[in-house]
Ligand binder design. Structure first.
Ligand SMILES: Cc1cc2nc3c(=O)[nH]c(=O)nc-3n(C[C@H](O)[C@H](O)[C@H](O)COP(=O)(O)OP(=O)(O)OC[C@H]3O[C@@H](n4cnc5c(N)ncnc54)[C@H](O)[C@@H]3O)c2cc1C
Length: 407
């Protein structure tokens, strides 16, 4: 029970994209109570996509990544930056911070703590081995790249690894990419399109090795080589490990919430009465895909879900379901790659525009007779057309026949 006169307050945990968008939406919807935002990083909200692209390339600075152009003060929120939430009392909607502060979110709590890079098990404490999630990670990698290393090794060819490799080549550095799976970005693109990407990286001079496991690292104080599972080694002065992320839910253990692979929410983003989640940390059944549980790790979802979660808190019984078409982009070399919908490795794939040989195309992705996704290489407008069709639940045949009509 709140003491009489307790402040009407929303507590937002996580001061990044989803958290910021939630705060902005609360104000836009007219919420005029208190808002407290808790952020473990000391920085004001900043954008992460440039960290593997322009900032790493040396073409942009940390100051260019601010997520909000207007002053934060305009939002009239209390920002607890450099503070970590360490616990949540769900029934009392109270968040405990590592400095001993307790913040009651009488109106509600938004969980937007994102994700952290999955560490590679057994990684020794050697200089030159990096993970990439924060601006501080990015600047540390950039400082190492500025020293013109003779070889950079990227472990993992997912979105982050592939972008880091492309940026390093743009900086004319020798790059080896080590990927355990048969092709890069295979989880997001499937094997056929992953092979197109593999060819592109090799054409740009990346030593891309797929189907290889990493066994460990050698060095004395600083990394000197990566040991592979087959017993061979690859020399390395700098290593960037990009083998996926884990949702930041450790602080919610014991709260009573279901935090298996993210904070489990209902289709309106509610995790418990008065508690919502958004962004990379949120796992919810997406009604557009027949309630399939999803946890997305992409910018557009974090932004849109932050907005939706804020609206959910204020909506009461009028809550709307959150049913987006997932969307992610990646910039590599001079190419924009876009994936819409929900692509899996074993889906049907049909090129509906351009060609794989040119590496400019749109591929429609189907499953069980339905259009579930589309992948575009250098074709932004056409991809958006497929995004609309996915939202309209177009059948696979319909998607293919519409493609024929427009060709
Ligand atoms: C290098 C890089 C490049 C990317 N490029 C793209 C791209 O090209 N396209 C794309 O679609 N997506 C991209 N993404 C993904 C996109 O940036 C993320 O999906 C997005 O940042 C998720 O936002 P979020 O607010 O959910 O979580 P995050 O951005 O992870 O923010 C969560 C915040 O919560 C804080 N936090 C965690 N635990 C606590 C706690 N206990 N207490 C207080 N605060 C806490 C964290 O410190 C962090 O600041 C990229 C990500 C990275 C790292």
């Amino acid at each position: 029970m709140s003491p009489p006169g307790a402040a009407d307050r929303v507590v937002v945990v996580g001061a990044s994209l989803a958290g910021l968008r939630a705060v902005e939406e609360l104000r836009r919807l007219g919420y005029d109570g208190e808002i407290a935002v808790v952020g473990a990083e000391p920085h004001e909200p900043y954008d992460r996509p440039p960290l593997s692209k322009e900032v790493l390339a040396g073409e942009a600075e940390a100051a260019d990544t601010a997520l909000r152009r207007q002053p934060l003060e305009d939002l009239d929120a209390a920002w607890h930056l450099g503070c970590r939430a360490v616990g949540l009392d769900v029934a009392a909607r109270t968040v405990s911070l590592d400095d001993g502060t307790r913040l009651e979110g009488r109106r509600g709590v938004v969980l937007a703590t994102g994700a952290v890079p999955r560490p590679l098990r057994g990684t020794p404490d050697l200089g030159g081995i990096h993970l990439l999630r924060t601006i501080d990670d990015c600047l540390a990698i950039r400082a190492d790249l500025d020293g013109t290393p003779s070889r950079v090794v990227v472990v993992g060819a997912g979105f982050i690894g592939a972008e880091v490799a492309a940026t390093c080549r743009q900086r004319h550095l020798a790059v080896t990419v080590l990927e355990a799976l048969p092709s890069p970005m295979v989880r997001g693109l499937g094997p056929v399109l992953g092979d197109v990407l593999a060819a592109m990286h090799r054409d740009h001079g990346v030593d891309l090795r797929t189907g290889v496991g990493v066994d460990g690292f050698d060095g004395d104080g600083r990394v000197e080589a990566v040991r592979l599972a087959d017993g061979s080694t690859v020399d390395a002065d700098v290593v960037v490990v990009g083998v996926g992320v884990l949702p930041s839910t450790g602080w919610l253990e014991g709260s009573g919430l279901d935090v298996e692979n993210g904070v489990r929410c209902d289709e309106t983003l509610l995790a418990a009465p008065g508690v919502v989640a958004a962004g990379d940390v949120c796992r919810w059944p997406n009604p557009l895909f027949d309630g399939e549980l999803m946890r997305l790790e992409h910018w557009t979802n974090a932004a849109e879900q932050g907005v939706a979660a804020a609206a959910r808190l204020l909506a009461g019984d009028e809550a709307e379901v959150y049913a987006p078409v997932p969307f992610v982009w990646s910039d590599q070399y001079d190419l924009k790659i876009q994936v819409v919908g929900h692509v899996r490795g074993d889906d049907d794939v049909a090129v509906v525009d351009g060609s794989l040989e040119e590496r400019r195309f749109v591929a429609a992705v189907g499953r069980k007779g339905r259009l579930v996704g589309a992948v575009g290489f250098g074709r932004p407008r056409v991809v958006m057309h497929y995004r609309r069709m996915i939202a309209e639940r177009a059948s696979w045949d319909e998607a293919l026949s519409r493609a024929e009509l427009s060709s």
